[in-house]
Structures are given as C-alpha cells and as structure tokens.
Ligand binder design. Structure first.
Ligand code: PMP
Length: 449
C-alpha cells in the first residue's frame, strides 16, 4: 500500500478535532471491510491504539491515495447525466434578463406583457424541438414535477398503469405511492437494459391499461428504449404512452410525431439549461383531462398554477434552440469512447448495456473486484456517479442494474461516467488514468481482506 499521506482536508480537520474511530467506523470511511482495516493495523500501515479488546484509530491517520483525494474543485466533471454545465449562450441570456426588470408575467402592464412574450417564445422553442404544438407545452419546475403531473393527474377510470423497471424514481415511486388507487405493474428489462417488448405485449393483452410510462433513455446506463415499437404496442392496446425523455432530449432528436409518444417530460438542466425548470409536453386531449396538481391562479390553462419562472423558462427556450446538435453528439461519442478505452486499461472492466443503443455521452462501467463507492472515494479528482440511489444515508445498488440481471456485487462495482459537451480528449485521458490507479489501489485492499 502507498505511504500513509493524510490529505489536505484531513490535515485541516486534525488541527481542530482529534476524533477517534472504531475499526467499524474506519472501515465505513474507507469503504472497505473491517477485516481490511485490521490487516492494515497489523501490518503497520494504519496507526491505531489498542483499548481493551478493540482498536482506536484517529481520523487523520486514515490512509488516502496521495494526489487523488484532494483535487477538490479541479475534479474532472464526468457527471453530465446528473446536471449539465450551463451553455454560455444560455448563461448570457439569463444574466441579461436578471438585470431586469422581469416583473410578473401575469401583470397587465408593459413589463408583465414583455415577460409573457418571452414565455410564449420559449414555449414555441420547446414545442419546435419536439415537433409538437405550442399549446401542448406546460412549463413545470423540472422533470420530476412533469412526471408527477402526468401520472397523478391522469384519469385512469378503473384501468391500470404500467411503468418500466428502468424508469427514474420520479416515475417508479409515484406509481408505488398511487398503488392504493391505481394498480400498476412494472415492465422488466432485458440483460442489455432495454424494456422487454414481449412482456410488455403480454401485459397489454387484457386491454385494461390506460397509461404506460417508459423512460426514453435510462439515466444510469444511457440505454435507449425502442420508443416506436413501444408506441405501436401501447396504441394497439388503446392506451396512452408517456415517455420520460429527460436524458434523451438535448442529446438526440426527439420528434413526438415520429416516435409516437403522446406525452413527454423534459428538464432544463439535462439540456444545457438551468436547474429548476422543465416541461410536460402532451397532446391537448391528454392535457385537457389532467387533474392539476398545483391549483391556484390558473396559470398554464389551469393545469399548473404558480407565478412563472420567467428567466428559467426563457433559458429553457434558448437551450431548446441549442439542443440535439448532431455535431455535439458525434463529438461526445468520440470522447466517451476514448474514456472507455482508457478505463479498460484498469483490466477487468465491462460496459453495462454495451449491446444496446445508448446515449452518445454515457458509459456505465463495471470494475470487477473494486466497489464503485470505494473507487470514487479514493479518486476525488474525477466527479462521476455511482449508479445508485442514496436513501436515508444508506447506499442501495442501482435498481436499473439489478433489473438488468447484475448481482448486487456487480451493481456495486459499477460507476456511471457521463461526458459533457465541453469534455476534452485530454480530460478523459487524465480521468481514466486517475480512475485506473484508484481501481488498482482498491483491488489491492480488497484482495488482502
Ligand atoms: N427523469 C430522469 C430520467 C432523470 O434523469 C431525472 C434527473 N436525474 C429526472 C427525471 C428528474 O429531473 P429533475 O431534476 O428536472 O426533476
């Protein structure tokens, strides 16, 4: 193991706190087994004090991998699927608008009227991106709200709901929450992470389903679902298709008409726009029948009340004009593939969902024998994500990866890398080398445990 070099953050902490940890706590911090911690103590690599039958360890004695842990804000950002960097043109527009006055878009004076015009321009921009009509766009605070609005507001009239195992929590958890009133079933994924069309067809056979919600592109693997095939099955069964296209829109073209989606959710910060704004885009007949979830001043035709987020909506419109550029898709794909090549030098790697069509920027990579949380804890010089959800302080392996048939261990050894439109080849070369070193360090610890 490399010499025990306290990282800068730990040294600072040491000046104020001399915190003692148990071996169990140290194991949790290091993200290794307790057995590994005891081995490190016995070999002299980790300083500890024997108190009775147990060991006490000072926090600042915990080992770090030198040069990797204190990269701080210089970290290479490979977490585009969590939130995209704002496009400079969008930022410029937002700064100009914030300089104001913005007013309230419902006010009758000229400033209010100008804000209304800004909103209507943005509405046309978003509709144009999806080849929808502008009266089919309902602005929301993001995709979570759009998913909630369409699922909770839909009139099921005694019929069922289907969601996919690869859907975002804002669909799966809503379906669960509604299950007392609306029965639902979960469409499974195949080994590549694509919805299983045969099972979907059999779930639709009884023609007792009103709404099917299928994620267009999975946020963790980037795997794309075959939306036209899904739409054909759904429509043949007389049901409505909602697609959470949050990760797709912005990166690839999404025509509602061509793909056959009846309702679509999208989010500003997944298309180089700001956080806190998004939209539900749906056929008028669906919107007219929706039960509003936010009732108030009657904004958005009474479907979603609340004062307009004028600057956010304007930014969403500007982002729509920049979205789905095929040149950006080609470039991110080249950078992403170079990252995969670099990461493969770590050995024992596998790309989850490799056999399926995927977003051009996403690589969900498994490093056999190296838990992903431990790798990322060692390698703060790279900002990437575990394919996992953190609930109440416990890390659960990614439901998507489990639904694809990965074991719990395999899911926990997986990391999601997602390159941005600004990520360079050099960035991914450096990031891959850092990750490979961290993987080697973790494997060395795991082997001796
Ligand atoms: N759906 C998908 C597929 C997502 O990836 C996300 C964001 N992680 C959401 C919905 C939620 O989007 P928002 O942050 O706008 O609420």
């Amino acid at each position: 193991m490399s010499p025990c070099v306290p990282c800068r953050a730990d040294r600072r902490e040491d000046e104020t706190i001399d915190e003692l940890l148990t071996t169990e706590e140290a194991a949790a911090e290091l993200r290794v087994s307790q057995k590994t911690v005891l081995r490190l103590i016995r070999s002299g690599d980790l300083r500890a004090q024997k108190v009775g039958r147990s060991w006490r360890i000072r926090r600042h004695d915990l080992p770090c991998v030198a040069g990797e842990t204190d990269a701080g804000s210089d970290a290479i950002y490979l977490d585009d699927n969590a939130s995209n960097p704002l496009h400079p043109a969008v930022l410029r527009l937002m700064s100009e608008l914030w300089a104001g006055p913005i007013g309230n878009a419902s006010s009758t004076h000229e400033i209010g009227a100008r804000s209304r015009a800004i909103i209507e321009d943005a509405r046309e921009g978003v509709a144009g991106l999806l080849q929808a009509r502008s009266n089919e766009v309902v602005f929301t605070s993001g995709a979570t709200e759009a998913n909630n609005l369409v699922l909770r507001g839909f009139r099921f009239a005694g019929k069922r709901l289907l969601v996919s195992a690869g859907d975002h929590a804002s669909v799966r958890h809503v379906a669960q929450a509604m299950s007392g009133d609306v029965p639902h079933s979960v469409v499974p994924l195949n080994r590549e992470g694509v919805v299983d069309l045969d099972t979907l067809a059999s779930m639709l056979a009884a023609k007792d389903v009103a709404l099917v919600s299928i994620v267009a592109a999975n946020s963790e693997t980037g795997v794309l679902n075959p939306i036209p095939d899904v739409a054909e099955l759904v429509h043949a069964a007389g049901a409505v298709l909602h697609c959470d296209a949050t990760q797709w829109i912005g990166r690839l073209a999404f025509s509602m008409e061509e793909l056959g989606a009846d309702a679509v959710s999208l989010s500003g910060h997944k298309m180089s726009g700001p956080q806190g704004v998004g939209a539900l885009v749906a056929r008028r007949s669906i919107l007219r029948a929706l039960a509003p979830q936010a009732v108030g001043g009657g904004h958005e035709d009474g479907i979603r009340s609340g004062s307009y987020n004028v600057v956010g909506i304007a930014a969403l419109g500007a982002a729509a004009a920049l979205a789905a550029d095929p040149l950006v898709a080609d470039q991110t794909c080249r950078v992403r593939d170079r990252l995969i090549d670099g990461l493969s030098k770590a050995g024992g790697t596998a790309v989850n969902g490799i056999g399926a069509d995927r977003l051009p920027n996403t690589a969900n990579v498994r490093f056999a024998g190296a838990p992903g949380d431990a790798v990322l804890a060692r390698c703060r010089g790279v900002a990437a994500s575990l394919g996992s959800a953190c609930h109440a302080g416990t890390i659960e392996p990614s439901p998507t990866l489990l639904a694809m048939g990965l074991s719990r261990d395999e899911a926990e050894e997986s990391i999601r890398f997602s390159v941005t439109r600004f990520t360079t080849l050099r960035d991914v070369d450096v990031a891959a080398a850092r990750i490979a070193r961290a993987v080697a360090a973790i494997r060395a610890l795991e082997e001796v445990a």
